[in-house]
Design a protein around this ligand. Sequence first.
Ligand code: ZN
Ligand code: ZN
Length: 288
Amino acid sequence: MPETGLPGLARKGEELIVRFWGVRGSIPVPGPGTVRSGGNTPCVEIQYVGRETLILDAGTGIRLLGLDLDRRPRERLVAVLLFSHTHWDHIQGFPFFSPARMRNNRLVILGGRRVGPHLEHVLAGQMSDAYLPFTLDDLRADVLIKEALDGEKLVVGDTISVLPRRLNHPGGVFGYRINRRGKVVVYASDVSHPQEGLDERVVELARGADLLIHDAQFTPEERRQRPDWGHSSWEEAVEVAIQAGVRRLALFHHDPMHDDDQLDEIERQAQARFAGAFLAREGMEVRI
Ligand SMILES: [Zn+2]
Ligand SMILES: [Zn+2]
């Protein structure tokens, strides 16, 4: 039983709570065919006792997370938002993240340094007047935007270390290994593996993790048909989980063409190969 009746608060100091606010790849797909898995694009929250909240990606799911954070009792929110990359489905919810509008909140935004425009430029670009009636500067929270380098160890708050690694995806992507006092969550969305085998960098990043969140956009057949799309099959995600010796695997970044029934079948097949596999579903909470 939780020690407190307040929703959204952790039970124990050492526990990590991972919440999936958006699990869909490429484009939001609301509708009757996706009610069980969810239609929002990627956003994952990692909550723990302490001042900071860690957020992975700002797809459309981050809007719901923002509303939920607004309801949790606190004077001031300090959130760290890690971007895997800036494809639309990972940034589009950011302007609608309501805690960024509140003066007393602090938002530290981190993304991997890549070739091309800086992260701040990309985020401001999607908030220009051609697309929205407000700009990045209109967000009243303290917003700090920084870029991380491949392999650079970052410290978040007093207790969390984050290791960013550059992985394979058109335009580049960063995966993150998040470690809090030995509990490890690895985020590897929008990653692809070479046709001849797994990308060893992904396996290394995921080594021994309690939870691996891995791209599983395609069936193996679809993966063969779309070798250059920059995504993985559920089979590759399972293979990484087995080789890296992870405890649990969240199949993530579902294809917009896959409805609930198809995703249930993918989950069933993945679990037959690796018992720790499950389908990430919008609204799901995993405690580590
Ligand atoms: Zn994506
Ligand atoms: Zn992408």
